[in-house]
Design a protein. Structure first.
Lengths: 340, 340
DNA sequence: AGAATAAAATGTAACGTTTCAGAGCTGCCG
DNA sequence: CGGCAGCTCTGAAACGTTACATTTTATTCT
């Protein structure tokens, strides 16, 4: 069933049918009605491949890194999809694994689809170095700062991770915590964790203390399972901790469970802070203190910018969107000075 | 940059280049090397649209219903993607909203892509009635029973929801709970909730008791927010409940938070059971007793069957995959007879 | 009424691939 | 030495659309 069949059946020509289907002007009401009637009757659906081949245009594409486990990305993705749908754009989603080869393959597949543009969500951009070399199409990075990463010509929107992490540690200090452990990604490839940890350093230094990465930092992936295990390891090597800052809510949730299993009460015995502000953090018991990244604004700015870049040529922008430290039940003040 | 350019640059013809690119025989080693060299040098990527137009073949497609919030679907989806990737299949994912119009539109878009087949995850199939009428392509339903739904010619794999729900209530009764409330989807459109509730009825009846839907059932969507609110409503109208069975883990998690906010201790004051077995249920505090659906097997059977259906014509199958009642901390035995 | 203009419909050339029938070469056999 | 396989390779015809240059038909103006 092709447009040709519709033309034959309706008695009109190919061109006319095409114009009817695409709501072009210069077609009589009579022709429109007749054509649409045949289309309805035959249940015809235009072939997107042929269309896109001809038009040399295609869907915007979002690529998720470490995606399927980071619930923040799910949140953002959902919003992105809704926004693109509202502008009548199709979306092609590819979840990327940790494995570098797979990333290359997925990226290649995505490029073969000839998308209008790319939207990247998070991730260890190292894997993309090679893939990006020849990328001409519009491209926006979310939750990562493109300039920092060495891609100054790409636009990006992210939370000011260093500032947020600094605020977290400042807050913990204000609550009287001195022995703080941190859980996060592999610092050599995960620039996001790296940036957050820089904020930690900054605060620690500002407060006249020291942070020993080998002792106080424990790397893990962004999942509850890994958070659980990493917290256990951290606790074992540094038993006296009064607070744990997890560089991701899913890690924090896993850590809380590990703590509970070891008989710690949260926040009475130990305080926990997360990062991201996923919905689960609001419903956990106890409610998790966390840095809320603005998924809505991230998605909105990203989609809008990408859409603009597709239509006009624009200089790249690197913006931070505001974050909020959500002070909830999982942090306790040791000296009673600072309260929830 | 097209195959034509490669042909010109390499000095070979279109056909030869195409054969090299697709690893066809009948091409000399010399030609292969030369062509590949040019391809590498130019960074050429074949145009997927043209290819698929010509080949009349395309990606398998998964469509998610109420998807973005139900974490079980995220789990299954991830596995599905991995499996298809392993067979070298591309995957096109569409998240479907609650809105019937949007569902129609998304389905239409999906069909225009000319996929090899469809894989549906959950959902209120009512919305698809019309969309399915003309569907010729292979199609598999997951977490829903196609035969029950009136699509006997589609294959489907699901958990035996009624049996699982019955086991849950039996267990609750064995623990001495008599006053049980249930939280789940809108029964008039959500067949999955409907089936689970039938299991509840069955157990209640078997145990010589009664279940009053208007009093003991509170409908809500599959999200923590809604679970929280529904639990609050239920508690208000039926204060004496000793146990709550949520027909979805995210609902259960929301409900637990609502309970905690009202000063109930779980499971001391009230027991909670979920359904799905998402990873969060294992890490919540307390750990959630739930029915674990086998995401791995569901994904495996679904993908395999769809792939087979694409290659050969096969009679539809409707199978149940085994479930497990995970007895965890969120349920307490009132009389001490049944323990964790 | 005839010409000029606007509106509607047509025909055809792409878009970038794959495929298939056949055209040159070898080299081997009788 | 003619012929017959095998290999390689070529050229052209699709695949289902859209867009552009035309042609046909209807409308208006002097």
């Amino acid at each position: 069933m092709t447009i040709k069949d519709i033309a034959r059946l309706s008695g009109y020509s190919l061109g006319t049918v095409s114009r009817v289907l695409n709501n072009h002007p210069d077609v009589s009401e009579k022709a429109r009605q007749k054509v649409m009637a045949v289309v309805q009757e035959m249940g015809f659906e235009p072939n997107a491949n042929a269309k896109h081949l001809k038009m040399r245009t295609r869907t915007a594409i979002a690529v998720l890194v470490k995606g399927s486990h980071n619930l923040l990305f799910s949140d953002i993705l959902e919003k992105i999809q809704a926004k693109f749908a509202a502008s009548g754009e199709e979306v092609y989603v590819a979840y990327l694994d940790e494995d570098a080869d797979e990333v290359q393959y997925a990226l290649q597949l995505a490029r073969q689809r000839r998308p209008k543009g790319f939207l990247f969500l998070g991730g260890d951009m190292e894997y993309f170095r090679t893939g990006f070399e020849g990328l001409e199409d519009p491209c926006v990075l979310l939750t990562n700062n493109a300039a920092d990463l060495g891609f100054p010509n790409l636009s990006s929107f992210s939370t000011d991770d260093a500032a947020a992490a600094e605020e977290v540690i400042d807050y913990l200090f204000a609550c009287g915590h001195q022995k703080i452990g941190v859980l996060g990604g592999n610092l050599s490839i995960d620039q996001i964790s790296y940036r957050r940890l820089r904020g930690v350093y900054h605060s620690v230094k500002k407060n006249g203390l020291a942070f020993d990465t080998t002792k106080q930092y424990e790397p893990c992936r962004y999942s509850m399972e890994e958070g659980y295990r990493a917290a256990s390891r951290l606790l074992q090597k540094e038993p006296g901790l009064t607070a744990i800052f997890a560089l991701g809510d899913v890690i924090a949730l896993g850590a809380m469970r590990a703590l509970a299993d070891r008989g710690f009460k949260i926040p009475e015995d130990i305080s926990v802070v997360g990062y991201d502000g996923i919905v689960s953090s609001e419903y956990s018991i106890p409610r998790l203190t966390t840095v809320r990244q603005d998924a809505e604004q991230l998605a909105d700015r990203g989609v809008r910018t990408l859409l603009q870049n597709i239509h006009y040529e624009l200089p790249p922008v690197h913006e931070s969107v505001p974050f909020t430290l959500m002070r909830r039940e999982s942090v306790r003040s040791l000296d009673g000075k600072e309260t929830l």
